[in-house]
Design a protein around this ligand. Structure first.
Ligand SMILES: [Zn+2]
Length: 432
């Protein structure tokens, strides 16, 4: 069957000047609502010497100080569960999700019915770009507990019209037993899960290529756009892979790769305003091809738990603005979380770039062990399947990523969820 090219053509192909006007209209309303209903944001605006009626454009927005996760957490600790940055009472909230960061206590973020509709709409734009269609039988294989990756992404996927199968985690064997009854065509999961599922199938003597999946939609782990990882998974399943992006503090999913797969298209035009900043100075960086910086988010249409100028700690590279697919949402790639990054003698290293290199060489499981701080070379890397090629791998890493390491063969834990790559032993973490 032939389907439309877009879920929401008008918004997704809007000329950039229109998008800007739409953003500005929504921005003034959102900032005014925050000012009127939230003591937290009244303080923020006062701190910046700004009144809501002054915030008419993205430039004006820069007068409001940034919001950090630590501030939101402190607000919730003082006034549980939603904190004084919430703009509605709990009685108007129909769902809460927890944020899924790897550090510290999660936030409890509220959704009104309208917030859930917004989340599903921008999610559906992204998932449609990633290839989900009404004639797909789509396996949702992320954790359904607490986080936006569960129900909120389920809503976005369902909004595309796909037939959803809420699988969750811990059901791989059962899923394979039921495969012929369900005849799934697509899967939504972490980047790690299709690998785990393929191995489980192979252990049962089944070739994953014969199972009929045509689309892998992945989320939650940087690396889905890396060539080595993509090729490996696409070959294993005989399917096409598209990466998506969301941040549980902002919206579940609001960017995805289209069929060109040349970066993640931003799909949250009427729901969130994006700024790019230089992480150390906080100075604005123009969103144009080649620019890199930290993503900063301001909700444009969030009733319950809005953020203004929220520092994501995600570092992005802008790949382009125009695309042969016709979408006008800018395209970007996430280089990694600044939390995951480590420095070896002035070189910034992201576990995700190491992952691409190793997967190209058939290695799916690895761990970086940092036993002292500041990190000094050689960095210890444990890799399953490195036997006999340890020195060669260390050389490739040195050549491509500019740091010295020792690679050692090791058997590492198998995981259905996100893979843990970085072990900060100096910080009290146990070695894998
Ligand atoms: Zn495109």
């Amino acid at each position: 069957m032939e389907w439309a090219a877009y879920f929401d053509e008008r918004t997704e192909t809007m000329p950039p000047a229109w998008t800007r006007r739409l953003e500005e209209e929504l921005l003034t309303d959102q900032v005014t609502r925050c000012y009127e209903r939230s003591p937290f944001y009244r303080r923020k605006l006062a701190e910046g010497g700004v009144r809501p009626e002054h915030v008419l454009s993205a430039e004006d927005l820069r007068r409001i100080p940034f919001t950090t996760k630590e501030e939101l957490r402190a607000s919730q600790e003082a006034e549980p569960p939603l904190g004084d940055f919430a703009c509605v009472d709990l009685v108007d909230v129909v769902r809460v999700h927890l944020t899924s960061g790897t550090t510290g206590k999660p936030l409890v973020l509220g959704y009104t019915p309208e917030d859930l509709r917004t989340s599903a709409r921008i999610g559906a734009r992204a998932f449609w770009a990633a290839g989900a269609r009404p004639d797909d039988v789509l396996l949702h294989c992320l954790n359904y507990s607490f986080y936006t990756g569960g129900l909120a992404d389920h809503d976005g996927l369902e909004e595309t019209g796909a037939t959803m199968v809420p699988v969750g985690l811990g059901q791989s064997k059962r899923l394979l037993e039921l495969w012929q009854e369900l005849r799934p065509t697509a899967i939504f999961s972490t980047l790690t899960y299709p690998l785990y599922l393929a191995e489980t199938a192979q252990d049962a003597g089944v070739d994953p290529r014969g199972l009929g999946l045509r689309r892998l939609i992945v989320a939650g782990e940087p690396g889905g756009q890396l060539d080595g990882t993509r090729r490996r998974l696409e070959e294993l399943w005989g399917a096409e892979l598209s990466d998506t992006y969301g941040l549980s503090d902002v919206w579940a999913t609001f960017a995805a790769e289209c069929e060109e797969r040349n970066g993640l298209h931003f799909s949250g035009q009427d729901a969130v305003l994006v700024e790019l900043i230089e992480p150390e100075s906080g100075d604005p960086v123009e969103i144009e091809p080649g620019a890199t910086g930290e993503l900063v988010f301001t909700h444009l249409a969030r009733e319950a738990s809005p953020v203004l100028r929220f520092r994501s700690r995600d570092l992005a590279e802008i790949l382009g603005v125009e695309c042969p697919c016709g979408r006008t949402g800018f395209r970007f790639r996430v280089a990694g979380r600044s939390d995951d990054m480590f420095r070896v003698r002035g070189v910034n290293v992201f576990p995700s770039s190491l992952e691409g290199l190793l997967r190209e060489r058939g290695i799916d499981r690895f761990a970086i062990v940092l036993d002292r701080f500041p990190v000094e070379p050689p960095v210890e890397i444990l890799a399953e399947g490195a036997d006999g090629k340890e020195a060669e791998l260390a050389e490739v890493i040195k050549a491509k990523l500019q740091f010295t390491c020792v690679v050692r063969e090791a058997t590492l834990p198998r995981s259905e969820g996100k893979s843990k790559r970085l072990y900060r032993v100096y910080d009290g973490e146990e070695r894998p």
